[in-house]
Each structure stands twice: as structure tokens, then as C-alpha cells.
Design a protein around this ligand. Structure first.
Ligand SMILES: [Zn+2]
Length: 308
């Protein structure tokens, strides 16, 4: 078992894959696809959340892509957290109960997830010229495809438009993969497709088509992928549960909501309403918690509001 990734540029087209052990307790698959000519490096990660299967399957298929016709290198880490995949974990790493996509930049002397974030930040992200982090709705989330980009990065916004999912969300906040990589100057997009523990060919194809458009945009392939449809740029509001209880959304995925309108309720086991969630502004539902039960502090749904 090796502890470091192999070189991305050797001057010889190749397809190298294996398992690395970058920190104690983590073994994860990697693939390096080095093309026939030198060029940029596209980094693709998935499986930060182990139950987002559409994105994991898309990354695994990408990792088997032939080197033929490629310029530059693709580095794929298709399952960042293997134990989350094995245990069908939701949101967090089984090792320490932390959500890796909130842990950046991480710490070299921290918990398992903090050390994994630190490794990505110091050893992996610096290798990339562009970064795609593939996700989807988790086991307990229904989701309409959208991407997220760090709102202060124009290059990332352009990459999200190229990727071509129908909605691109300008995201703020700290601790996320794409914000961390963007801090290093890497154009970064987080793509969300699929959900509820289901994976299907159309969702996998949607992610692979986006990756092809990015490869063409970076000059790494010369074939012309199918163009994307229109991309609407939005902000997203994510209300969280003030109380634990039973979650009853009042809106379906993709449905329009008006400002002030009730979009869901939390009730006790005996049916009493203990929290009512009203829309902060008009928009449409990008994802919803599909679990009947919600714990205090968990995200209930995402409402996207058009930015332009
Ligand atoms: Zn995720």
C-alpha cells in the first residue's frame, strides 16, 4: 500500500490505478489517466458522502476512461471515504462523526476527518488546475440537479456554466471542499445529482456529460460534447430544524414557493405542530429532506432564488 499519489506527468500516456493510504485508517482508490500530450490536470473527487451513489458511480466510470485522445491528466478519487460507503453513512464519516465537507482546511494533528481534509488541502488540491467535487442528495434527501460554486470566484462560476447542470448556486460559507480549493486559486465546482440512495443511468450520464464539457473547455479533449442547456444562477437558502420531530414538507421538489408561504412543518409524534417553516423569499425547491424524522439542527430543504 502506497502513501502518496503517483506523479501526474511522466511524459508517457498511461492509466494507473490503485489504493493509497494517505493518513492512518484511510485507504481509498485513485486513478491517474495521463494523456498523450502535456496539459492541465483536472481533479475529480466523489464519495466524500458515502451514500451519494450517482456521483460515486460517475467518478468510478471516469476513472476507467482511456488515455487515448486526452491532453493533460485526470486525477480521480472516486470514493474519498470507503467506510462511509461500506456503512451507508449519511452526511458524516463513521470514524469520528464529522462531515468532511465542513472541515476544511483541516488539521494535520486533528481527528480522522480533519486529517483527511488537511491531506486534500496540502497534497491533492495543489496538483489541480480545475476541481470537480461530485455529490448528490444523501440517503435521506430528494434533489433536483444543481451545482455550487464559490460566489467570489469568477473562474468557478464560468466552470459551473460549462458543466451545465440547470441551476448553478453561488455559495458562501467556509469549510467546504470548493471554497478551500478556490482559496488555492483553483476553479472549483460541486455538482449535485441524484438522491435517496438511488442511482440511475440518466444521472450518471448527466455528470459524465458535464465532465466532458469541462475537459473540452480546458482543451484536454478535442471531441465536441453535447452543449448544455440554459443555466440559471441562484442563491440558496437552507433552513434548519429548530426542534426534533416529524418533518412534513408542504412543497415538492422543483415546486415554486412565494415569500412568507409555509413550506413545511415539524410535528410531535402526537401530531402537534411545534415549528412552521415559512419561505424567506420566493424561489423554487432544489432539495428536500425526505426522511420522516428530523434532528435538531439538520437541513430541511434548499430553496433557490434567481440571482440574475
Ligand atoms: Zn454530499
Amino acid at each position: 500500500m502506497v502513501h502518496r499519489l503517483p506523479p501526474l506527468h511522466t511524459g508517457k500516456p498511461r492509466h494507473e490505478h490503485g489504493v493509497i493510504r494517505p493518513i492512518d485508517g484511510a485507504s481509498l482508490p485513485f486513478a491517474v489517466i495521463e494523456g498523450e500530450a502535456p496539459g492541465p490536470c483536472l481533479l475529480v473527487t466523489a464519495g466524500i458522502h458515502g451514500s451519494e451513489y450517482t456521483s460515486i458511480e460517475a467518478a468510478l466510470r471516469l476513472s476507467r476512461r482511456p488515455a487515448r485522445g486526452l491532453r493533460g491528466s485526470i486525477l480521480v478519487l472516486p470514493v474519498i471515504n470507503m467506510s462511509a460507503l461500506r456503512q451507508r453513512a449519511i452526511y458524516v464519516a463513521p470514524e469520528d462523526g464529522r462531515n468532511l465537507n465542513r472541515m476544511f482546511p483541516g488539521r494535520s494533528d486533528g481527528s480522522f476527518t480533519e486529517r483527511l481534509a488537511h491531506w486534500l488541502m496540502t497534497e491533492v488540491y495543489p496538483l489541480a488546475d480545475a476541481y470537480l467535487d461530485l455529490h448528490g442528495g444523501d440517503l435521506s434527501e430528494a434533489l433536483a440537479p444543481f451545482s455550487l460554486f464559490p460566489r467570489d470566484s469568477e473562474a468557478s462560476r464560468e466552470l459551473a456554466a460549462v458543466f451545465g447542470l440547470p441551476v448553478a448556486v453561488a455559495a458562501g460559507g467556509e469549510g467546504y471542499t470548493i471554497n478551500a480549493a478556490s482559496r488555492l486559486g483553483k476553479p472549483s465546482v460541486l455538482a449535485e445529482v441524484g438522491g435517496n440512495g438511488v442511482w440511475a443511468e440518466d444521472g450518471v450520464a448527466q455528470l459524465l456529460a458535464g465532465i466532458d464539457r469541462v475537459l473540452a473547455h480546458l482543451g484536454m479533449i478535442h471531441t465536441r460534447p453535447a452543449p448544455a442547456g440554459p443555466v440559471r444562477v441562484m442563491t440558496m437558502w437552507v433552513p434548519t430544524a429548530d426542534e426534533e420531530g416529524l418533518w412534513y414538507p408542504a412543497k415538492r421538489l422543483g415546486e415554486e414557493v412565494q415569500a412568507g408561504e409555509t413550506i413545511g412543518e415539524i410535528r410531535t409524534l402526537f401530531g402537534d405542530v411545534i415549528a412552521t417553516v415559512a419561505a424567506r423569499e420566493a424561489g423554487s425547491v432544489l432539495y428536500t429532506l425526505s426522511s420522516l424524522w428530523v434532528n435538531k439542527g439538520e437541513a430541511l430543504l434548499g430553496v433557490g432564488t434567481l440571482l440574475e
